[in-house]
Design a protein around this ligand. Structure first.
Ligand code: SF4
Length: 439
């Protein structure tokens, strides 16, 4: 039996596509082995969100070819879309697959295996060509048993000044909600209890075919067996009274909103070409809090964006404190070749970016602590995922609806089960203890 190994870089959309390609290879009779093993075929789903991601993508491609020089090395995804010439010239790569031809993986490998001629098979499409249709991939089951990340949308039309993704992923295109519901039914039948709807720009879901994200969520909400629905990263623009009001009426939808902010300073937001200001963003958070008692609002923040003065940074920090996020992902700005921001004046020294990141990481840690400790003494529901050792004891751990990680002791097997109990306190860094109400 031929062996295949896969490696995923980057976001949840990439992770979904890599899982789909893994299941295609299995169906075609390949034995899937760890990436460090000797294999006949290596598939690397690359990322290009930063220059570092490009470098890591190249490293994994070269590592594969070094492990087995006779293997077929497939480079898929964003790096080959943004650096096609470099990819074509790279001796380690045998097959290049663009961001809308992954469904042809098996056929391309078989064709290549026959010809053994370098890279004659796939020419990279112009991913930015308007009117491209959504490339349907699908999962029969999830890599993890409990939760499935489900890609429902691709592409982005926002063109934030620091971002290369629209050039790597093309224009917005979305999957029909009927197809998504079909996949969710299959996953639920295979024991999946929670789905995370994700995309490159989820907030643009359906703008290409007329359905809305709310239509999609309603459809997934009807699927028997699915107990929880989470949403991937959202933009403030989609947070309307109608949207939040409808979500609050659907009990499976978890009160966990990742609302991408990037900066808490209006001048910086303008240079980023973001489509909102801090006042609008704050209103959206208040709207969410008007429908949910204690929703988890999380976000992304870029520090050290070109032109960010000390005063602008302090304004961002004050704004973050005012919103009181549950979690913040802090990214020091890294110039991305081909973007407008990379050639902007006022590039910030790395040492300053480091200081500012450390300051916000400390703030993020403090705010998370405050958010989690709110639940001490409260009854919460957890979806248990795995058995782990914490100190000398064994626990099952999982997440509450607000994505707080909790640990429970149980005699019975408890993976993939929903349970309720009282949160009694912090057990270890970032993990809270739930009293074992169900013996
Ligand atoms: S919304 Fe902006 S940051 Fe997000 S993928 Fe699109 S261009 Fe990039």
């Amino acid at each position: 039996m031929k062996k295949a190994a896969l490696h995923n870089l980057g976001c949840k959309v990439n992770a979904y596509e890599t899982e789909a390609m893994r299941q295609m290879l299995e169906k075609a009779g390949y034995q899937i082995v760890p990436f460090t093993d000797h294999a006949d075929v290596y598939v690397i789903n690359t990322c290009s969100v930063t220059n570092i991601a490009d470098r890591k993508s190249r490293q994994m491609l070269h590592r594969a070819k070094k492990e087995n020089p006779a293997s077929i090395v497939v480079a898929a995804g964003c790096y080959v879309q943004t650096s096609p010439e470099a990819a074509k010239a790279d001796e380690a790569i045998d097959i290049i697959i663009g961001n809308d031809r992954k469904h042809e993986l098996i056929q391309l490998i078989e064709e290549y295996d026959g010809l053994r001629e370098k890279r004659v098979l796939t020419e990279l499409c112009d991913i930015n060509e308007p009117g491209r249709t959504y490339e349907t991939l699908s999962l029969e089951r999830t890599a993890e048993h409990t939760r499935a990340f489900l890609k429902v949308q691709d592409g982005c039309n926002q063109f934030c000044s620091y971002c290369v993704i629209p050039y790597a992923r093309g224009r917005v295109r979305s999957r029909l909600s009927e197809e998504v519901a079909g996949e969710v039914k299959r996953l639920a039948a295979n024991g999946c209890r929670e789905v995370v709807l994700t995309g490159i720009h989820l907030s643009s879901y359906g703008t290409d075919h007329g359905e809305t994200l709310l239509d999609l969520i309603r459809r997934v909400h009807e699927v028997q067996g699915i107990r929880r629905i989470r949403l991937g990263s959202l933009e403030p623009g989609i947070i309307t009274e109608e949207f939040v009001g409808a979500l609050a009426g659907m009990e499976k939808v978890c009160p966990h909103f990742h609302l991408s902010l990037q900066s808490g300073c209006d001048e910086t937001l303008r240079r980023m070409n973001r489509r909102y200001d801090t006042a609008q963003y704050e209103k959206k958070c208040s709207l969410i809090r008007s429908y949910y008692e204690h929703p988890a609002i999380t976000t992304d923040v870029i520090v050290g964006f070109p032109g960010e003065t000390e005063e602008e940074f302090e304004r961002t920090k004050e704004f973050l404190q005012r919103i009181q996020f549950y979690e913040m992902h802090i990214f020091p700005y890294s110039p991305r070749k081909g973007t407008r921001a990379a050639v902007m004046e006022g590039q910030i020294p790395e040492s300053v970016k480091k200081t500012r990141s450390e300051s916000l990481l400390k703030l993020a840690k403090d705010m998370s602590q405050v958010f989690r400790s709110y639940y001490i003494g409260k009854e919460e529901e957890v979806l248990l995922e795995e058995k782990v050792q914490i100190g000398a004891e064994e626990y099952y751990t999982g997440y509450t609806r607000e994505y707080v990680r909790v640990a429970v002791q149980s005699e019975q097997t408890a993976e993939n089960q929903l349970r309720c109990g009282i949160i009694t306190g912090q057990l270890t860094e970032g993990v809270y203890r739930m009293q074992n109400d169900f013996a």
